[in-house]
Design a protein around this ligand. Structure first.
Ligand code: SF4
Ligand code: SF4
Length: 375
């Protein structure tokens, strides 16, 4: 990505609004970075609204804080608490409704959202990789999730290369970043005066064509590529391998599970912010008059007490077994299900863990490798 072989154009900073207008002209509503409660979240962008500029997100285990970016870039923040996940896999929603008809029979009907065309501005490479994994789960040939599919089909993804990784990022070691390589409609690499832009789809090319932009110069393309390489080299955390299935499954009785369980609060923050976690629980919402009922779902977490509850007993009765389930599913079981690990190296589970538990340090302790600088 960002090389001489592909057609790149250059979008000056003062034409970013024109890009958003062209996307809107294509029928998409825009969602993008907004500062809310001290964090960068993905929220609807009003027409003509400027994106936040000159912000970085300083992140560490249990810490997230916005700070000034002297270069006044739009996308110097690495990532916020949300990825694309809430836009496709809703935190809570109805799946189907059952109604009692006048003759006493039960009529069932699916509840499928009318999803708008939605452009997401500022998607990161790790988020695209996570979306591909969510697709593998929710769009299986033998079982397509109708609600997810309805929203997924409407997405237009404007990805941005991470030039300033957070201290919690380790996407280079999982092979998922920091430069977007697949799954985007447009990919941007931000320089000090604008963006090198590449289209990754026919809709992306159509949006660019209307803007009449000049081709990116060889120097701009080289600068974009170089800052991606530098961002990868600057990451201090990593996983010790891309397939840890054998080594982790051989350590199910390792004392580190007890050590991490003593610190873990079982709050489930890590699974909520993780862009690949897909567990949910289903429940009924009957109408008080007894004539109908909604069948709904809400995100669930393997850290919750009820998640491991089977008929008459709990297969994961303590935090030790729940943390072990999360980490071994993510890094071992996913290889059996999806042919790769379920971690894309976004680091969100590290920054948003109230106990400051560092996923890479735990993996290092379990595998005997090093996970973060100095460990
Ligand atoms: S690892 Fe951290 S975020 Fe995850 S459940 Fe435990 S305390 Fe919560
Ligand atoms: S396990 Fe942590 S670092 Fe890996 S994808 Fe999930 S939130 Fe990101």
């Amino acid at each position: 990505m960002f090389n001489e072989a592909e057609h790149s154009v250059f979008l000056p900073h003062d034409r970013l609004a024109a890009l958003l207008a062209a996307i809107r002209d294509g029928g998409w509503q825009c969602v993008g970075p907004r500062v809310e409660q001290g964090a960068i979240v993905m929220a609807p962008l009003a027409e003509g609204e400027d994106l936040p500029r000159g912000l970085q997100a300083e992140q560490a285990p249990g810490q997230y804080r916005l700070a000034a970016d002297a270069r006044q870039r739009y996308f110097a923040w690495a990532n916020g608490p949300q990825a694309i996940k809430p836009l496709t896999f809703a935190p809570q929603e109805s799946l189907w409704r059952v109604v009692r008809t006048t003759d006493g029979a039960l009529a069932f009907e699916a509840v499928v959202p009318e999803a708008p065309k939605l452009a997401v501005i500022g998607v990161r490479a790790c988020d695209l990789a996570a979306l591909a994994l969510q697709d593998a789960h929710f769009l299986r040939k033998d079982r397509v999730d109708a609600q997810y599919a309805a929203r997924r089909a409407q997405l237009f993804l404007v990805a941005v290369q991470c030039a300033v990784p957070a201290a919690t990022c380790f996407c280079a070691s999982t092979g998922d970043g920091p430069t977007p390589t697949a799954g985007h409609d447009l990919a941007l690499a931000e320089l000090d005066d604008g963006f090198v832009v590449v289209a990754g789809s026919a809709p992306g090319r159509a949006v660019l064509q209307g803007l009449d932009l000049a081709a990116a110069t060889p120097a701009q393309i080289a600068a974009a590529r170089a800052q991606g390489d530098a961002a990868a080299a600057a990451q201090t955390r990593h996983l010790p391998g891309r397939d840890l299935r054998e080594v982790l499954m051989a350590r199910l009785k390792h004392p580190q599970w007890d050590a991490v369980a003593a610190r873990c609060l079982a709050c489930g923050n890590c699974t909520a912010v993780c862009p690949t976690c897909f567990c949910y629980a289903e429940h009924e919402m009957p109408a008080l008059d007894g004539t109908s009922s909604l069948h709904a779902r809400a995100w669930d977490s393997c850290f919750g007490e009820t998640h491991g509850h089977l008929h008459g007993f709990n297969v994961r009765p303590d935090i030790r077994t729940r943390y072990r389930q999360w980490l071994t599913h993510k890094l071992a079981g996913w290889h059996d299900q999806f042919g790769r690990s379920g971690c894309v190296g976004c680091g969100r589970c590290i920054a948003w863990c109230p106990a400051g538990i560092d996923f890479t340090v735990e993996v290092a302790a379990l595998t005997g490798a090093s996970g973060a600088e100095g460990t």
